[in-house]
Design a protein around this ligand. Sequence first.
Ligand code: SF4
Length: 143
Amino acid sequence: MNTLDKTNLIRKKILSWGDENIHDLPWRENQTPYSVLVSEFMLHRTNSKQVVPIYNSFINAYPTLKTFSKEKNDRYILDISGEARRRKEIQAAIANTMDPNYPRQYYYSLIDLAHTICKPHKPNCEVCPLQISCIFHGFNYRS
Ligand code: SF4
């Protein structure tokens, strides 16, 4: 199997897994650049389940960037440069396999797969759709 075939197989497996497992999250509906920005900041260090109520509360209080910009106190200090750096790293990492036909679905599938199955310290390789293609399948992460 050549590299293109392998890439297409991985894309297909990830998209197929996403069809059944992708998470229904508020920032994935009615997306605007503002809603994406808010969710990206909140998801930086917190998992999506914990972010949902905070995100909903924040968006209810500040539904647009204009309403947020009128906030008088400095409760919210946003690290724009740090976020931009992180986004660039993520984009570089997935650019090689991104499915050009379904980029959003592919991205969400990949993110959710990483959060639910391919966790950094304890991946659940036995239920992973990529186990046949993955060189880390079965690797002992505790060693
Ligand atoms: S097989 Fe294991 S290590 Fe490889 S992508 Fe799947 S969960 Fe991650």
